[in-house]
Design a protein around this ligand. Structure first.
Ligand SMILES: Nc1ncnc2c1ncn2[C@@H]1O[C@H](COP(=O)(O)OP(=O)(O)O)[C@@H](O)[C@H]1O
Ligand SMILES: [Mg+2]
Length: 219
């Protein structure tokens, strides 16, 4: 695979603690890949490093063979993170939260895209409610809508179904699959075995060490 997102030897440290050790990863356009492992295994650290949110202490990230360093280059390459814990703004409405990155990118169709993303998550009626008026599960769906609305080239979703009921878990996994069909490379951190089973491949992290436990891919 020459295109796609590649990580080689990615290491994330917090002082003495090594959260991710020498992780290798390839994510092709059209693929949906799970990152699994117990709490504290390093899933969020890996996704944060891949999205330029934190600087890895070692390793190389590239897209289509070109190195990607830092947040600005990650954004320029269409790498979008749906962070764990949502990171939404409580004093804005649901639709304002979804539209914010689109407005910041000066997209003229920000509102229409935000409306479509909220509709896909079943949140059209909650669009004008303040975030703090929504349940935890609704807030998590707003965060997913925000990520979808960005139409990423590489979408990294960090435990996007952790607070959802079965219906909405299925809905979110279906939307992540649709993103892959559209041509995005999609990585989903999850500790839900059912969600992982819906993915094309599974990278397992254990105390920061990554290994492929299932790789049905032909790429
Ligand atoms: N900002 C941080 N500062 C210090 N340690 C951190 C920080 N973020 C994560 N860690 C530590 O790194 C390890 C991996 O955490 P994390 O990547 O959040 O795992 P997971 O997402 O799999 O639960 C844990 O031991 C965690 O305590
Ligand atoms: Mg995490």
């Amino acid at each position: 695979m020459t295109g796609g997102l590649h990580a080689r030897g990615i290491e994330v440290r917090f002082g003495e603690l090594v959260a991710v050790q020498q992780a290798d990863l390839a994510l092709a356009p059209g693929e949906l890949v799970a990152v699994t492992g117990p709490s504290g295994a390093g899933k969020s650290s890996l996704l944060a490093a891949l999205s330029g949110m934190i600087a890895p202490s070692a390793g190389v990230l590239s897209v289509a063979g070109q190195p990607v360093v830092g947040r600005d280059q990650a954004v320029a390459n269409g790498i979008v993170l749906i962070p764990q814990g949502n990171a939404l703004i409580r004093i804005l409405t649901a639709i304002e939260n979804v539209a914010l990155p689109l407005v910041a990118a000066r997209l003229v169709d920000a509102r229409q895209r935000a409306e479509a993303a909220l509709l896909a998550l079943g949140l059209d009626e909650a669009a004008d409610q303040l975030l703090e008026e929504l349940s935890g599960g609704q807030q998590q769906r707003v965060a997913v809508a925000r990520g979808l609305a960005e139409r990423a080239s590489y979408l990294l979703a960090d435990e996007p179904t952790s607070e959802l009921d079965a219906l909405n878990r299925g809905r979110v996994m279906g939307l992540l699959r649709a993103e892959a069909r559209r041509g995005a490379g999609v990585l989903v951190a999850t500790h839900d075995p059912e969600a992982a089973a819906l993915c094309d491949a599974e990278l397992r992290l254990d105390e920061g060490r990554a290994s492929w436990v299932r790789e049905d891919r032909t790429t």
